[in-house]
Write a protein that binds this ligand. Structure first.
Ligand SMILES: Cc1ncc(COP(=O)(O)O)c(C=O)c1O
Length: 473
């Protein structure tokens, strides 16, 4: 065998034609091409090279609790992980229009291909915190993405990545007076395989565009912003935690900056994206949520903007959240109407799994009737459960009276909140009109909330290949 293959090698060597001497012009052309490629590589990867140079002994290092190695997620419980995982996406209607037609006067759109990059100087790079020290939105990465919009200059301007810096705005900018602003919340995850992924980013972009439309702000091409944000994340990639218990929170924001006091649409705007490494929203080992349900407060109303991600939905909730904390609760359960319909929990959508009169299980969540944010986690849960086909899934109103009745009759199985920040949060108690309603969410074997948590995080961290994962590197 060995003899034969030696023979074959010998034969091939003899069969190889003699090389002619290469003309010197060709050699120098090759060298020029090689140098060009090298220059291009250095240009595109200068952030990595700078970090490599600084990494030894310097304060700039990988964002990780354990020197850059992967660590098991603390929230994860593995024993119920043997359910079939299905990787197709059911063809349900999208919760909002996935593509809006731009208004005729919006002007030029920005393009990823016009993106310019100005990197932070070495002294501007920040030390990366340990994962254990991460609090939500406390630390920010070294760079940000900005795109200006000026109607009188023809529309969107060229996107740019710059070092993270303060904004310089006129005190009359509309964002400060009439809260003409909106934002999104999404994440980049470092997977088991080291690759960085977004989760359904086209959904965040579509939701951002419908919110921009409702706020009189300019709309944009979703795919162009996704590509620009992917580049930003790659530049600050060492800030994406090297652990499955943390991620890089992405905050695209659009503000009206026209410096005039009229309550009117803003002819100039700024779209920017900042990044913040975040740990688990709720501390590992934390018990289920205790909710404060006070019917005198409401978060949203028909015809309002409760279904849009505008900052003005959030400011007025802070007082109520403080009241919830004073009552020993973690979050507010937002009710609506005289019949006390459940709408949302804190900044999450709400789900309830219960046993119907006929003995079958059903998962319910409030409908998209304008009172709730059309959550991307909510949509993903509905699709996954439809696909599993083990119980019915229904988007319908449900009230505190129904919750109390189901709880008294032992038919309420689980209640949980769902959103990008916390993924899934089990609910244990509701403080409501002087009563405490206990929910057995965490007392079952293999609860649905944990299976959903595992499936979603498996997709996000690349353990389960799925069309919802968007690999960016
Ligand atoms: C009020 C509100 N509800 C629900 C959600 C959950 O939405 P998503 O799953 O898209 O994060 C959020 C978070 O964005 C929110 O702010």
């Amino acid at each position: 065998m060995t003899h034969k293959s030696t023979e074959q090698t010998e034969h091939r060597r003899q069969a190889t034609p003699q090389l002619h001497p290469v003309p010197s012009q060709l050699i120098s052309l090759r060298m020029v091409l090689r140098t060009k490629n090298l220059v291009r590589y250095v240009f595109q990867n200068q952030h990595k090279l700078i970090q490599q140079l600084l990494v030894q002994g310097g304060p700039v290092r990988a964002c990780s609790g354990h020197g850059g190695t992967q660590q098991q997620a603390q929230l994860r419980v593995e024993e119920d992980d043997n359910f079939p995982k299905i990787t197709e996406v059911p063809p349900l209607a999208a919760p909002f229009p996935m593509k809006l037609e731009h208004a005729a006067d919006v002007g030029e759109q920005f393009k990823y291909s016009d993106l310019s990059v100005r990197l932070a100087a070495p002294h501007q790079l920040n030390p990366k915190p340990d994962v254990d020290d991460l609090a939500f939105g406390k630390y920010f990465t070294d760079h940000m993405l900005k795109v200006s919009y000026h109607r009188r200059l023809g529309g969107w301007q060229k996107p740019e990545i710059t070092p993270m810096e303060n904004l310089n705005l006129h005190p009359a900018a509309k964002v400060f007076h009439y809260a003409i602003e909106l934002f999104e919340g999404m994440k980049a995850y470092r997977g088991y395989d080291g690759k960085i992924r977004f989760f359904r980013p086209e959904m965040n972009m579509a939701r951002m565009n419908v919110t921009a439309y409702r706020s009189g702000l300019p709309t944009f091409e979703s795919e162009e912003l996704i590509k620009a944000m992917a580049r930003l994340v790659m530049i600050d990639s060492e800030w994406v935690p090297h652990t499955e218990s943390a991620s890089l929170y992405i905050r695209p924001t659009l503000i009206g900056i026209e410096p005039t006091l009229g309550v009117a649409s803003s002819d100039s705007a700024l779209l920017y994206t900042i990044l913040s490494p975040v740990g688990p929203y709720f501390k590992p080992g934390a018990k289920g949520l205790k909710l404060y349900a006070e019917p005198k407060y409401t978060r949203a109303w028909p015809g309002g903007v409760g279904d849009r991600k505008v900052g003005s939905n959030y400011g007025p909730t802070i007082h109520v959240q403080q009241e919830a904390l004073r009552h020993g609760c973690h979050q507010v359960l937002w009710l609506y109407g005289d019949d006390h319909q459940l709408t949302e929990v804190g900044v999450m959508n709400i789900f309830m799994l219960y046993i119907k009169e006929n003995g079958e299980r059903e998962l319910i969540t409030p409908p998209l009737n304008g009172l709730i944010l059309p959550g991307i986690t909510r949509d993903s849960i509905i699709r996954l459960c439809h696909q599993w086909g083990e119980f019915s899934v229904c988007e319908r109103k449900f009230t505190m009276a129904e919750v109390k009745k189901l709880s008294q009759e032992g038919r309420l199985l689980e209640m949980f909140g769902a959103g990008t920040a916390a993924v899934i949060s089990p609910i244990e108690r509701i403080a409501y009109m002087g009563e405490e309603i206990y929910l057995p969410t965490e007392s079952h074997e293999n609860p649905l909330f944990r299976r959903l948590y595992n499936t979603l995080t498996d997709i996000q961290y690349g353990k389960l290949e799925h069309p919802w994962a968007y690999v960016i590197d």
